[in-house]
Structures are given as C-alpha cells and as structure tokens.
Design a protein around this ligand. Structure first.
Ligand code: GLY
Length: 349
C-alpha cells in the first residue's frame, strides 16, 4: 500500500492539488481549539478550504473519546457529508487519529487527508493509517487501519510548538534512529533540544518520516516488520495509561522516551544490545525528559496494563527488542519477573 506523504514547500498548492485529485462533493475540516488558534490562520485563505465546513473538538489526548467522535460524525451528517466527501484533519496525533477513524467509518468510509501540525503527528501518527480513539482508560483501543489519501507535512508548523511538544515528537524520532543505523542515532543524540535549530530539525524530520513510510509501506497491517515501530511502546503505553489513571497525564512521546530505557535494558540482557548505547540513550532521556516516578508497589498494575496491549497474543507480553542499533528483533516475549527487573533498572538508574 503506497503511503502518499508530501514534504511540503507550498502548503496551499499541495492541499489544493490533493483536493483536486479527490474531487469530493463536500470538504470538511477537522481541527482542535489550539490548532484553530495557532495554525488555521496560515490556511484559512486557501481557496478550497474557505468553503469547507469546520468541525472543532477540544485539544489534547483527553478529547480522543467516543463523545468527540460522535460530535464529528454528527457534524458530518448535519453538513450533508456523503461517501464522496473529504475530511481534512489538521492538527496533532489526536486529531489525525480520531479524524481518520471518523472518516473511515462514516458511511462505511470516505477519503481523508492529514495535515499534521505537531512533531509527533508528522513523524508518526499522521502516517501509516492507524486510526482510533481511547476507550475505558486504554489508549487507541478502538480503531481501524486505513491509509489517508495524502499526508501533507509542512515543518513551518513546528515553530508554533512549545518545548514539551517538540520533545514528545522527538522521542519517536529517537526510536526511528534506534531501528535505523548508528550514524542517524548519533546525530539524534547530539541534537540540542534546549536551543532547537529548526532548519536542521526539518531535514531530520523528513528523514525520520521516510523511515516510518518505508516500514508501513512494506507491512501496513503490522503482521511483521511494522512491529519495529513499537520499540519503547509496550512499557511506554503502560506508563502513559498509568499516569493518566493517576491524574498526572504525560505526553505520549515522554512515555515512549521513558519506556525505551527498560526495553533497551531487556534488549541488552536478552539480545546482546550494547550497554554503552543503552547508557547513551538513557543519559539523553534523563537530560531531556526527566524521570517518571513510580514504586515497586505499582509493578503489578503496570504489568497488567502491558497485558492489555494490542501487540499481544493471549497470555504473553510482546516486545520489539534490538540486538544492536538497526538489528530488530520482533515478537520477543518477557516474563513478569523479567519485566520487574527492567523496571527496577529504570528506577535505580
Ligand atoms: N506508531 C506506530 C505505528 O504506526 O505502527
């Protein structure tokens, strides 16, 4: 399945070309309140968008709910959307995931285009066709695979982001580096996230999204190599859900950055991943993301959350590990005792 991702130098022209290629009967734009304020002013004059029907939902992952989804479906129904209409999702991962799911299910599916405006969405969420919402405390529990018609990626939007959102997306770039090669990883570990060089970052984003694009084109439904993209996510998703349940939500990329450390520890102890590299990634994560605090009394809850992960087959907890940078080992399992040891390592280092 081809993933049509455009690194845009002229967003108006690229959106116009995508809409012309689809020839929809109606155009709907989904965005969230924050994106509406920060990013929509750059787009509202694009002719094919000025007549679009706007749908706005609240910002942040807390809005990735069935209620928001119902709001989008209702707005499209009230606006006369048909199977031949188009939904353009403009925003971060929450908007592109939820909007992708709304479009994929409305009248059994209409086309959608993603215009990611956050780093996380550019390098990960908007590409590859994973759509969905959170449900009963579990992340992305309900959803479908359905590739967007086009993803239009304009790195100028990165300048609207706060430092936490840059760091959040950067964690996925770090993951792409780990599954790629040592040179890419070294460049990522050298990058100064305190004083972001946006020109250099734009170039790194294009290369990072190409890593994801190559993998999801080869394995769109995650039967094999796409599982490489789950590095850091088995523990990361558990941290994210645990933090949410404790009323101290953390951004997705922070959870992934923290999750990389126990997972690379498992990689080191089980697959021979070099400990020197584990320590380098660990130092970068500590310096740029701080520490996620939890106690050993929380291990059972965390392991329970890992058991709910979509990557598992019954009774196992599945990990993607590495034998070295770029040397990917999918379908690895670990026992609760192995996981406890990895969580001990995280807390003690
Ligand atoms: N975020 C991982 C994937 O798209 O497969």
């Amino acid at each position: 399945m081809n993933q049509n991702v455009i690194i845009s130098r002229n967003i108006a022209a690229d959106i116009t070309a995508a809409v012309s290629a689809i020839t929809p009967d109606r155009v709907f734009v989904l965005t969230d309140q924050t994106t509406l304020e920060c990013c929509w002013p750059r787009l509202c004059d694009v002719a094919c968008l000025s007549a679009a029907q706007m749908i706005t939902i609240p910002p942040t992952d807390a809005a990735k709910t069935l209620d928001s989804l119902t709001h989008v479906w209702a707005a499209m129904q009230d606006g006369g959307a048909t199977r031949h209409s188009l939904l353009i999702n403009i925003g971060g991962g929450m908007v592109t995931d939820l909007g992708g799911f709304a479009a994929s299910t409305f009248k059994r599916g209409m086309a959608y285009v993603n215009v990611p405006t956050t780093l996380l969405s550019m390098v990960d969420a908007s590409v590859g066709g994973k759509t969905g919402i959170n449900f009963r405390g579990l992340k992305n529990e309900i959803g479908v695979f359905n590739t967007p018609h086009t993803v239009i990626l304009d790195t100028q939007f990165l300048r609207t982001l706060d430092t936490e959102n840059i760091r959040s997306g950067y964690a996925e770039m770090l993951k792409h580096g780990l599954i790629s090669d040592e040179q890419t990883l070294a460049e990522l570990l050298r990058f100064d996230l305190e004083n972001v060089d946006f020109t250099a970052l734009a170039d790194m984003v294009a290369r990072s999204v190409a890593v994801k694009q190559r993998i999801v084109t080869e394995d769109p439904h995650e039967h094999g190599i796409r599982k490489a993209l789950n590095l850091g996510h088995t523990v990361g998703h558990a941290f994210e859900s645990f933090a949410l349940a404790q009323n101290r939500p953390i951004l997705h990329g922070y959870a992934v950055a923290y999750g990389l450390i126990p997972e690379l520890y498992l990689a080191a102890t089980r697959c021979g991943f070099p400990t020197q590299c584990l320590h380098q990634v660990e130092a970068f994560v500590r310096d740029n993301y701080g520490h996620f605090s939890f106690g050993c009394k929380h291990y059972d809850s965390l392991i329970d959350l890992m058991r709910h992960d979509k990557k598992n087959t019954a009774g196992t907890i599945n990990f993607t590990l590495l034998a070295a940078v770029g040397d990917i080992r999918i379908n690895q399992t670990a026992t609760p005792d192995d996981i406890r040891e990895a969580l001990d390592y995280y807390r003690e280092n």
